[in-house]
Design a protein around this ligand. Structure first.
Ligand code: ZN
Length: 191
């Protein structure tokens, strides 16, 4: 991995990736430090990839009539800071300094409202299908950059299902936490 481009964060913006600003954010509470990364999966329609619908959804531009499933999420206003497509491409929707709307009612280590203090990363995927190796590669590079920029994150990386276990199942059993953490450890100790 050492010959790959590294990500840098400047003023809450991940450099070198596409920026698609989402209106679905607000300010983090005053004096809140970023100290958690939450990993999700999403696909629109479910388990279908590459249509561009996630990007439209996070920008409140999705045509609710384009697919029957979309009517089940009609009017929802959500976002994540980052989306990692099946190709490994990374897209940023919300500045890291701002509060994205990805976690919902949630709690991590007893602290509620994870949106207040976390960064949300969506992997294009589903609970039923393996993720792509390039998605792990991008995720590792992004999380490494975030850990360097926001040192309070340390090892605080959780799945949506960890912080909202009654409601959420993502990123699902196909997300290989041990492999991810091993890759992240290597990334952080070879640079
Ligand atoms: Zn989620």
């Amino acid at each position: 991995m050492s010959n790959q481009t590294k990500f840098a964060v400047i003023d809450g913006v991940l450099q070198g990736v596409q920026q698609l600003p989402s209106p679905n954010f607000n300010q983090r509470p005053a004096n809140t430090q970023i100290q958690l990364v939450v990993i999700h999966n999403i696909s629109l329609p479910p388990s279908q990839f590459g249509g561009g619908y996630i990007q439209q959804f996070f920008q409140n531009q999705l045509d609710w009539n384009a697919h029957p499933y979309f009517q089940t999420i009609e009017g929802m206003q959500v976002s994540a800071h980052l989306l990692i497509l099946r190709t490994g491409e990374v897209i940023q929707f919300v500045n890291f300094n701002d509060r994205a709307w990805h976690a919902g009612r949630s709690s991590y280590l007893g602290v509620p409202e994870c949106n207040d203090y976390s960064i949300g990363i969506e992997l294009e995927g589903s609970d039923d299908l393996p993720f792509e190796a390039v998605q792990y590669q991008s995720l590792v590079q992004v999380v490494s950059a975030l850990q360097q920029t926001y040192p309070k994150i340390q090892q605080h990386i959780a799945g949506h299902s960890d912080i909202a276990p009654q409601r959420k199942t993502d990123p699902g059993e196909h997300f290989h936490w041990a492999d991810f953490r091993e890759l992240l450890h290597k990334e952080n100790h070879t640079n």
